[in-house]
Structure formats: structure tokens, C-alpha cells
Design a binder for this molecule. Structure first.
Ligand code: ZN
Length: 284
């Protein structure tokens, strides 16, 4: 399987990376899998008896904004401080060496691909990004960059004022992330990214495509479904599914039971040595 994965990558003209929560684990990020995973990352919520689904709810920004911004402010700071693991650079090197066309589809809201140097216009963030804000009402369709400084008391997980606000109406703002039971998420930015991805797929459908899927679980199946759609619809596409717990995928696609970083390192060991750090375009 490893050898075949390496062969698929060395023959690919196009690389599509599809990533789920497991991609961030090797950078030290929590993946919130199950209550236990969530509570070990956030003991304060364990004491309050609140699950991830309870916390990731847009109503908090209206009803109790310092609670809402406590959770999302903490995560904003965490993702800003995180250094993307070497797996991001391993794929970047493959792309650079082959001058391959690429696109990233991620369900993660953490902005780690941009941080690792991938071009913003080649990324589809299906659930939005914590690094963008919108009005919590929302009073308009405006989406803007999250440049806010957010201070969070880690004992109570509450944000200290002043909280981020909408520049138009003065209401509290919120991350432009699709939350649970979310009726106020503005999808416009994700739609633009989606259109770019659709164009990319259309233009490259006949080429040799390697879909590298990393840490995408079946609980929220968007990413796995995207990989499979490309894998089954494009004639020369092969999916390499790297997942330590749920690697299953039907042949001729490739199933690799590894964590993201380990899987990428194992493939990389079979490819020619790297020539240096990734220098793919740094356009945001
Ligand atoms: Zn507003």
C-alpha cells in the first residue's frame, strides 16, 4: 500500500488535499472527538457538564457573549500560536517538486494550511474559519478578518471585555464558522471558495489526480464524501485515505491506517529526498 501510494504521488499532475480534524492532532491540537476528548482539552466545560455541541452554539453570542467568546477566543489564540507540523511541508514539497496543481479542502477552521504557506485562493474551508468574523445578528453580509485581541480567563473560560463587535451596528461579532444548529452563519465566503474549487476540478478532471485525505472521520462525513466523489467521478483520480481509526476505502483507492504526519512521512521515505523547505506561493 505504501509503495502504491508513493507511486500515485510521484505520477500525479494534480494533488488535492482533503483534511479533517485528525490533521491538526500532530500539531498538538485537540480534535474534540467524543466528550472525553473535548473535556480533556477543556476541563472547565467538564465541570460545567457542557459538551462540544453545547459550546459550539451561536446562541451564546446573543445570550452570553463572554461565554461564547470564551470558547472561540481561546481557540483563536490557540490556533494563532500553533505551528503546523511537518506533514504540511512534506506535501508542500511534493507539490513544489512536481510543479503540481493543488487545492485544499478542509473542515478545519484553524487556518493551519494558510499558516504553512498554502495559497488562500487554493483553499476551501467548508465550515468557515475562526480567522474571519461576522455580525452575530447578522445585520449585513459583511465578513472581515479577525484581528481582535481576545483575553480569556482559562479557569472560567469567559472572555474579558471589550468583546469583538460589528463595526456596522455595534453588536457583538462572532467567528464566521458554521456552528451546531446555526441559522446565522454567512456562507458567502465559503461559497466563493467552493466555486473556485469547482472550477479547479472542472479544469483538471482529466489529469492524474492524487487525493490525499488526512484524518477525516465518518462522524461528520463531508470531507470523506468529497474525496470519494473525486475518486469515483474522475477517471484518473486515486484517493489515499490516511486515518488511524477509519482508513477503509474500496480499491483501487488506498487505505493507510496511520496518523496524518506518520502516514505522510512513511510515503515520503519512499520518494526522492527533499531539497529544502517548501517555497510554494505565499499569496493569502
Ligand atoms: Zn452588525
Amino acid at each position: 500500500m505504501l509503495k502504491r501510494a508513493a507511486a500515485i504521488i510521484s505520477e500525479a499532475e494534480v494533488i488535492i488535499i482533503t483534511a479533517g480534524a485528525g490533521m491538526g492532532v500532530d500539531s498538538g491540537l485537540p480534535d474534540f472527538r467524543g466528550d472525553h476528548g473535548f473535556w480533556s482539552a477543556y476541563p472547565a466545560y467538564s465541570r460545567l457538564g457542557l459538551s462540544f455541541i453545547d459550546c459550539a452554539n451561536p446562541q451564546h453570542f446573543a445570550a452570553d457573549p463572554s461565554f461564547g467568546w470564551g470558547f472561540y477566543g481561546h481557540r483563536t489564540n490557540l490556533y494563532r500560536d500553533t505551528v503546523p507540523h511537518d506533514g504540511f511541508h512534506i506535501i508542500g514539497k511534493w507539490i513544489e517538486r512536481k510543479s503540481a496543481d493543488y487545492f485544499v479542502v478542509t473542515s478545519n477552521v484553524d487556518g493551519q494550511f494558510q499558516k504553512a504557506g498554502y495559497a488562500g485562493e487554493r483553499i476551501l474551508e467548508v465550515h468557515g474559519s475562526i480567522h474571519r468574523l461576522q455580525c452575530q445578528i447578522p445585520c449585513s453580509s459583511a465578513i472581515w478578518r479577525n484581528d481582535e485581541t481576545i483575553r480569556v480567563d482559562e479557569a472560567t473560560m469567559r472572555a474579558r471585555p471589550p468583546l469583538p463587535r460589528c463595526p456596522d451596528c455595534g453588536e457583538v461579532s462572532r467567528p464566521n464558522i458554521l456552528m451546531f444548529g446555526d441559522r446565522s452563519w454567512l456562507p458567502d465566503h465559503a461559497r466563493i471558495q467552493e466555486q473556485a474549487f469547482d472550477r479547479f476540478l472542472k479544469n483538471n478532471a482529466d489529469r492524474r489526480i492524487a487525493v490525499i485525505e488526512l484524518g477525516a472521520g465518518s462522524a461528520i462525513p463531508t470531507i470523506r464524501a468529497t474525496s470519494e466523489r473525486i475518486g469515483w467521478n474522475c477517471e484518473h483520480a486515486t484517493v489515499i485515505r490516511i486515518n488511524p481509526r477509519e482508513p477503509e476505502i474500496k480499491a483501487p483507492h488506498i487505505s493507510m491506517p496511520y496518523g496524518a504526519l506518520e502516514g505522510l512521512q512513511n510515503i515520503d521515505a519512499l520518494l526522492p529526498p527533499r531539497s529544502g523547505r517548501m517555497r510554494i506561493e505565499m499569496v493569502r
